[in-house]
Write a protein that binds this ligand. Structure first.
Ligand SMILES: *Cc1c(COP(=O)(O)O)cnc(C)c1O
Length: 462
């Protein structure tokens, strides 16, 4: 399978070149040249597979030309045998027609492990195959950094530097990143907020000479490998529920920030999985909710919420969806994105809005509503949601059309966000792996927010 850019000026390139490119060179995002279409027979066969085998089948459709099947099998096994649950992503019922898909059984207790364990191993593989060094540079508001570090720590041929805003990630997130003591890991704790960290990274990547000299690679969610890894669990969850004879259309409610995870669901649907509605759950940063309900994509005012991994105004994967909404027309996407740059908004016409609403529903969940949902589900189902997942469950419960089954993606373990859980009056027991973090020494370098200071640290490290 080849990959092309949503803006039409890159391609067609193979899978490995696509993951190395990250953001497409023409400023667009990489998408598969054609989306594979699955027959009913294939779906039936896939429905019987355990998680790892399902992942290999799906990945082979997109990566088969670049990665021989045995290598793919080994990469998948190395990535998912680190998970604490034998099913990798088990489904649990929390009501008669309400399920959660637990995506937090990886090393850092958040769903990003599913993509980043795989991407870490993939980078290791590419480094060995091509004999090149891979230096990863990224910024995090919490979950991505911890997950990316776990994905590559101790791996030969790879180094990773992660910037996080000093004092502005949750305690557990900070400990997960900074208690790692491998030579190939550097944590920079930056005076400033997440936007400052992201801006620094962007500017360093834009310096082509610096980027090439240091073999810099990205790990953010625009990487196509991350999307593909996340597509697997939509299939897996669907098949588990259908096994109980409930094979009607199944909705998925997805706590959304950068539109990466929900785009993976859209891709699964386009491949032929009979998904009903994709319910886009946001917090008070509701640009995407407004897009689905009104057809206007325009950043609003930034709000800090209990679900910080969704505190996002500009959704970096949204362009991929626009590409399909506009019938894979790169010219149309380029015009829309240019208009967004100059006018700060995109408005779609009524017929396009109808198409959006055929696939998506959307709800923005307020801060109080998020905490109330955590309390309610704990009381009624004895199940503790994290605040991101709670947004998903709250969104799902607003859409109570009779007979529908909805699966909410549980994107993090509640222990990661204890500061917010405590506000509901609930006390939780931490898993032992998280408890143990509080005893470990931390390794991080505190730096100011200037590019020069960061570049100097990188010169030393890389
Ligand atoms: C990253 C993250 C999200 C948002 O995922 P996107 O792919 O950016 O939409 C939701 N919940 C948690 C816990 C996350 O870490």
């Amino acid at each position: 399978m080849n990959f092309i850019s949503t803006r039409g000026n890159v391609g067609a390139i193979g899978f490995i070149d696509s993951i190395l490119m990250g953001l497409a060179d023409d400023g667009g995002l990489l998408v598969p040249a054609q989306i594979p279409q699955l027959s009913q027979d294939t779906l039936t066969q896939w429905s019987k597979l355990p998680y790892e085998e399902l992942a290999v089948e799906l990945f082979a459709l997109y990566m088969g030309d670049d990665i021989p099947r045995d290598d793919l099998k080994a990469l998948v096994h190395d990535s998912y045998s680190t998970f604490r649950d034998p099913e990798v992503t088990p489904v649990r019922a929390i009501g008669d027609r309400e399920y959660v898909l637990e995506l937090f059984h990886g090393p850092t207790f958040a769903f990003k492990d599913i993509a980043l364990q795989f991407l870490g191993n993939l980078y290791g593989y590419v480094s060995r195959q091509r004999g090149t060094v891979i230096n990863i540079l990224g910024a995090t508001s919490g979950d991505t950094g911890a997950s990316a570090i776990e994905g590559v720590r101790g791996k030969e041929g790879i180094r990773i530097c992660i910037l996080h805003p000093n004092g502005k990630v949750s305690k557990v997130q900070e400990l997960q990143m900074t208690t790692v003591h491998d030579e190939n890991v550097l944590n920079l704790s930056v005076e400033g907020n997440f936007d400052d960290c992201q801006r620094i990274i962007k500017e360093l990547f834009a310096d082509v000479e610096f980027k090439q000299r240091h073999h810099l690679r990205a790990i953010n969610s625009i990487n196509i490998a991350r999307i593909l890894a996340q597509t697997v669990y939509y299939f897996y969850a669907y098949f588990q529920i259908a096994k109980d004879g409930r094979d009607a259309k199944i909705n998925f409610s997805v706590p959304t920030g950068n539109f990466g995870d929900i785009f993976a669901g859209y891709l699964a649907k386009k491949m032929g999985l009979p998904i009903g509605k994709l319910i886009l759950a946001t917090n008070e940063n509701n640009i995407l909710e407004r897009f689905v309900t009104e057809g206007v994509y325009e950043p609003g005012e930034f709000r800090s919420t209990h679900s910080p991994s969704m505190d996002i105004q500009i959704a970096s994967n949204f362009e991929r969806y626009l590409y399909y909404l506009y019938m894979e027309d790169p010219q149309a996407v380029t015009e829309l994105m240019n208009r967004f740059k100059t006018e700060g908004r995109i408005v779609i016409p009524a017929d396009k809005l109808q198409t959006v609403q055929a696939d998506f529903a959307a709800y923005g969940v307020g801060n109080d509503e998020c905490l109330d949902t955590i309390g309610k589900v704990k009381r009624e189902s004895d199940y503790l949601l994290d605040p991101h997942t709670a947004c998903g469950v709250a969104a799902s419960s607003k859409r109570s059309e009779s007979g529908e089954i909805t699966v909410t993606l549980a994107t993090a373990h509640p222990a990661k966000f204890d500061e917010s859980i405590r506000l509901t009056g609930i006390e939780q027991q931490f898993p032992e792996q998280i408890e143990a973090l509080f005893e470990k020494p931390q390794y991080q370098t505190l730096v100011g927010g200037s590019n020069a200071e960061i570049a100097e640290q990188l010169e030393k490290f890389f």
